[in-house]
Design a protein around this ligand. Sequence first.
Ligand code: FAD
Length: 501
Amino acid sequence: MIQDVLILGGGTAGFFMAASLKTHHPSLRVQLVRSPGIGIIGVGEGSTPDLLNFIHGHLRIPPAEFYRAVKPSLKLGIKFLWGKEDYNFSFTSALRQRLGQSDMPIGFVCDEALTDVDLATSLMAQDKVFLRSPDGPWPRVQSIIGYHIENAELVAWLETLAAKLGVEVIDGDVATVEQAAGEVRALHLRDGQRLPADFFVDASGFRAELIGKALGTPFISYADSLFCDKAVVGGWERGAEPILPYTIAETMDAGWAWQIEHPTRINRGYVYSSKFITDAEAEAEFRRKNPKVGPTRIVPFVSGRYAHQWVGNVFALGNAAGFVEPLEATSLLCIANECRILTMAFREGGLRNNHTMREHADRYCGRLWDEIRDFLAVHYRFNKRLDTPFWRHCREHTALHGAQKIVDFYRENGPTFCVEVELLKPAQSIFQLQGFWLKLVAMGVPHARSERAGPALREEWVRTQAKNKAMAATGLTVAESLRCFHDPRWSWAAGFYKDEV
Ligand SMILES: Cc1cc2nc3c(=O)[nH]c(=O)nc-3n(C[C@H](O)[C@H](O)[C@H](O)COP(=O)(O)OP(=O)(O)OC[C@H]3O[C@@H](n4cnc5c(N)ncnc54)[C@H](O)[C@@H]3O)c2cc1C
């Protein structure tokens, strides 16, 4: 029976796992070792609704406490300056809606801007985040939003949470890993301490000290789909700019740039391929488009994942398990899922490290990563905004892997859901078929059924869009909504966020 867990790494991944295990298994001894010298990555701020359900549902943290301590901002999705037209990609299932009394999905009549396809995209188009409550100046809060967070503030708060839950934090550098019979037995620190445990979590970031270096697990590269390998990051203190209710993803000459909104700061980063642009050229393009940016730094990365995340008595998560660029803000989503799966495996397996649980949990985690790779590949393959060498290369060479059959089906049949279960099993998918349809519609990928919706349905669609637009016009901005959440009269409904385990 597992009694002692040792987590290597004190970034988001390590502390979230510590909090998850201690919340659901209070009798476990959980230790966490981290190196103050190596520090944390300090990047990683856009998220999806999964993170909110994880923090407030799974970890049972009241939203009020989180808003006070971490000061997140709010996002409804991502505005893509991408494809022929800019488009709004919300977290809602916009393209699942049907046209009036017909059963035809609205993807058959949407234009590429994807504006006013539902309330969320209408709110995004008008820089609003929530509808206004009829009972006063309060937002009508809905749960399908994500946070923008400063990584350092999140980790600092997680450390106080871990202390409250009884996690023992040790500062030190792991020098060697003691192994026997294919399992890890103890970590040895540079200062001579030996830290034994029954079970180890590798949350050591890109260094992947246990899953990669010690255990030699093979690495599956995503380099045939995702060509970027560096980011130049920087930002500036917010002036008069309004807080936008979305992340921006903007096409750049040799990659793309994010813009992430915090109440007091704007963070930008240019993800690029070093085969197509030098660091100096990337930094110059980044500055040209963002004249307010302060000091910058360059972060190299490798896209891919380890072939296994759970090997013997080691479970890897976060950047130690895999990495893809934050085009869909998925790292925190993966961390939340990885914490849940191990915590649940411990519960259902009676705190025993059994073979079948390990095998299937490991496969689940790998599939999650691969679907993200497939989804991002679609972004690169069909973005026609720029005609630079990098983008020409992407359009010609991006491998679609699992998305190939989805794209083939779309080209012949358009954005229909009739064989969804076969194309992408909904219960196992992050983005869902509607996410893929939305990307293909937004980037103007042609299909053979473009004439399917007749003039009557198209007129009805225009009326629906006008309704969405009018409703959103009275909505609240992010700044107004945050003021409400910090108002002592505001309270959160009990059970607003659910634990999905
Ligand atoms: C350019 C870029 C942009 C990103 N943007 C986003 C985003 O918008 N949204 C998102 O969800 N994610 C984003 N990410 C991913 C983000 O980094 C992760 O979500 C998150 O911060 C997880 O980090 P981590 O805990 O795995 O690693 P880290 O923060 O690197 O933590 C690793 C920990 O391991 C410790 N450690 C390592 N080796 C040793 C050793 N030998 N001994 C002792 N301790 C050790 C370190 O001290 C540290 O505490 C981005 C990443 C990059 C590179």
